[in-house]
Design a protein around this ligand. Sequence first.
Ligand code: AMP
Ligand code: MN
Ligand code: MN
Length: 355
Amino acid sequence: MSGYRGPQPGWDSAGPAGPAADVAAAAALLADARDVTLLAHVQPDADALGSVLALGIALRRRGATVRVSFADPDVMPESLRPLDVLGLFVPAAQVPAVPDVLVACDTASVGRLGGLADRVPAARATLLVDHHASNDGFGTHQVVDPSAEATVVLVHRILTALGTPIDEAIANCLYVGLVTDTVGFRTAGPGAHRLAATLLEAGVQVEPLIRPITDTHPFAWLGALADVLRDAVLDLCAAGGHGLVHTIVPAELIARFRFEEIDSVIDQIRCAAEAEVAAVLKQVGPRRWTVSLRAKGTVDVAAVAVALGGGGHRNAAGLTWDGEPGDLLDALRAALDAAAPTGLAGHRSISGPDR
Ligand code: AMP
Ligand code: MN
Ligand code: MN
């Protein structure tokens, strides 16, 4: 294996020397690694899986033994399975108890590794690659940059430092993370757009790659989605008067449909013009809820999520809650009021049906 090429001018970070030095150290670690275990967060999304698979494919091609995993569920999300062209995924039970080099991607905290969190202290070296502002940091090596639109942006910096050619398989993995975490490039800066162009030049075919991941659901989902949307509640007084729209996805629907369907609900709910904040409460156990939060720029939902034990980004965050949904909504409203900017328009009155 040839050594890494050191920090490259190929990324757009105008940041201080810290991130570039971190990228160089990460590349040096991976350049010498013979056995690498790459972990995504529980219920992995396209950014998490795109990140671990892009790194995994690159390291496998350099000759390393590579496995990709996550604690929950036991299988790859169906829509993201085609990205794993080398068959790198293994179920969590097959992850070594004492990994050599461990890489955690898109993981805002150790807890987001779920049942695999114990591999972090066990590993000889652990590299964290993440872009969550709420990340408190863990591992012996860290590439954490909250200004990156997606973790795949940081993975691309590491691959550049490694001197890895970006072939079509790697480009596909990076592109899916980029397009989903930027909500279709809406939050992407110039660097992310330049990266997208590079990935297209490497062979990405956007429409056939993205449609199955973001725009494809079974017909039966349309009726179920209609029910979930009909049950949405608009609370204009919440979030200091900036408004909250929320709905519940019951366990029955979680059992019937894929995560691709369940996780798409928030993108419908957040369309409500009257609400600054949108929340979807997903019943993943009899008394366990995962919550997706979205905001439009006024309320910092990462702060709200952190206050309730979760994390995320300013405009997209999440948390897990054990208990009754009414108590969860009460806690959410209190945290939203605390996080909402004060002295603005004041409370709006509720008019019309407040379902
Ligand atoms: P989601 O609504 O699941 O798409 O998550 C939105 C953002 O919040 C993503 O960046 C997640 O990684 C993050 N997030 C979701 N749940 C948690 C959690 N329990 N702890 C920390 N971050 C989370
Ligand atoms: Mn993620
Ligand atoms: Mn991400």
